[in-house]
Design a binder for this molecule. Structure first.
Ligand SMILES: Cc1cc2nc3c(=O)[nH]c(=O)nc-3n(C[C@H](O)[C@H](O)[C@H](O)COP(=O)(O)O)c2cc1C
Length: 434
């Protein structure tokens, strides 16, 4: 059996699946049950500074986006950081860490942007014995209006400054959690790196309105007829999160900076993808909130089985493996040619591929007698839309044309290698690629 043990910043956990800072990690009761179910670590629900209590709304705080089968694809929330007293949280963290020394316990923090505030809370967190802290510079609602959360995460200078304060006043790993509500994720990541961060974690939630009630025209979740933008997460955000992880992993200025990948992780496969793009572990929130803590057992079993099949003995064997394959558009091989192929045995004759191609793409699918759909190679540009809209998995596939054959669309002979393209005079990236 593959060994799922993960060493992230010197913090060991039995597997790379940590619960992200959110309701599942809000209290001792939850975290103990999560550890019993098998989670490798937790990032405790964000703690704030000592002071007036945080007060949440007393109405719906979540909204959802569903797939056609009512499977939850996206979750929106207008919840604040923990509304439980700081002292109670710290005592619970200390107890849990001492009872589960083999699991990672990270404390998420969000306090006002003043050094004195950080200096006041950090020693108290250190006393709990927690393995590290995560700075919540990401929450897009409620706290950002008070100059915290995303309000800090959107200003690289603040990120660097606060990270430095934490590194100076706390002697365990400091993870900086980034907001995706920014144009270019590399700038906040570089700022965290410059401030001395041991790692970045991303993404926090994306500012969103998930739906509008068309009877009273209130955005939902609606509190007495009014709504506010919330933070979006769940499977729908995974592509955005993975791109941001990859951007940081391949940025020369942050290369090597450890990353904890977050955003829509629901299956072992999602985790393996994030990790192949450079994440040393993953954090999960929505999947646990949707399916319960025991979903981690499917994640660990699936990851371990895949690793066995591939011959990987440790997660390090595949972390970052996809990073060299993430490139800029100009380095893509334009000599590569593929064509769509429809498996007639599997085709259910629904005609979706035909409608999509005929109406909106390249008129490259024939509808023949008896609703037989066939690809016209002379028009097919291999755009993949037919594959994407086909309801039968693997019914349509993209088949690479063998080098030496003639592409009936262009009349050109398919070249045999990527090298031919990287040095081709028509390739704008030829110089840089060499
Ligand atoms: C209800 C809810 C509350 C959250 N609270 C926090 C929080 O207190 N601190 C924090 O850093 N992130 C918070 N998050 C964000 C999650 O930690 C995570 O970054 C985000 O949900 C993306 O992961 P997911 O797609 O697996 O849910 C919250 C998310 C949800 C859904």
């Amino acid at each position: 059996m593959a060994d799922l043990t993960t060493d992230f910043l010197g913090i060991s956990s039995p597997n790379p699946f940590w619960l992200a800072s959110a309701p599942p990690t809000d209290k001792e009761y939850n975290v103990r049950r999560a550890f019993e179910a098998g989670w490798g670590g937790v990032v405790w629900k964000t703690l704030g500074a000592e002071g007036p209590p945080v007060v949440n709304v007393n109405g719906p705080r979540y909204g959802a986006l569903y797939g056609a089968d009512r499977r939850l694809l996206g979750l929106n929330n207008i919840e604040l950081i923990t509304d439980r007293p700081l002292e109670v949280n710290l005592e619970e963290i200390a107890r849990v860490k001492s009872d589960y020394p083999d699991r990672a316990v990270i404390v998420s923090l969000m306090v006002p942007c003043e050094e004195a505030e950080w200096k006041a809370i950090l020693p108290r967190v250190a006393e709990t014995g927690a393995d590290g802290i995560e700075l919540n510079f990401g929450c897009p609602h409620g706290m950002s209006e008070r100059g915290m959360g995303a309000a800090v995460g959107q200003v690289p200078e603040y990120i660097e400054m606060v990270t430095r304060w934490c590194k100076e006043n706390y002697d365990r790993p400091v993870i900086v959690k980034l907001t995706p509500n920014i144009t270019d994720i590399r700038y906040p990541a570089r700022a965290a790196h410059n401030g001395g961060a041991d790692a970045v974690s991303l993404i926090n939630t994306i500012s969103s309105i998930t739906s509008v009630n068309l009877d009273n025209f209130s955005p939902e979740p609606s509190i007495d007829g009014k709504g506010s933008h919330g933070g979006y997460c769940g499977p729908a955000v995974k592509p955005i999160a993975m791109n941001m992880v990859a951007e940081i992993a391949r940025d020369p200025e942050t290369r090597g900076l450890p990353i904890s990948g977050i955003g829509g992780v629901t299956t072992w496969r999602d985790a393996a993808e994030f990790m192949s793009l450079g994440a040393g572990n993953v954090q999960v929130c929505t999947a646990a909130m949707t399916y319960g803590f025991r979903i981690v057992q499917e994640m660990t079993a699936g990851l371990s089985q895949w690793m066995d099949e591939k011959g990987y003995t440790s997660v390090q064997d595949f972390v970052g493996r996809a990073v060299p394959n993430v490139t800029d558009w100009q380095y893509l091989n334009l000599n590569y040619v593929a064509k769509a192929k429809i498996d007639q045995e599997q085709c259910i004759k629904c005609g979706r591929c035909y409608a999509a191609c005929e109406d909106t793409s390249h008129q490259a699918i024939w509808m023949k007698e008896g609703r037989v759909f066939e690809v016209n190679d002379a028009e097919c540009v291999a755009c993949n839309l037919c594959v994407d809209v086909c309801p039968v998995e693997n019914c349509i596939s993209m088949v690479e044309m063998a080098p030496g054959t003639v592409d009936p669309r262009t009349g050109r002979t398919v070249q045999d290698s990527y090298a031919n393209w990287t040095t081709h005079p028509n390739n704008p990236g030829a110089q840089a690629a060499e």
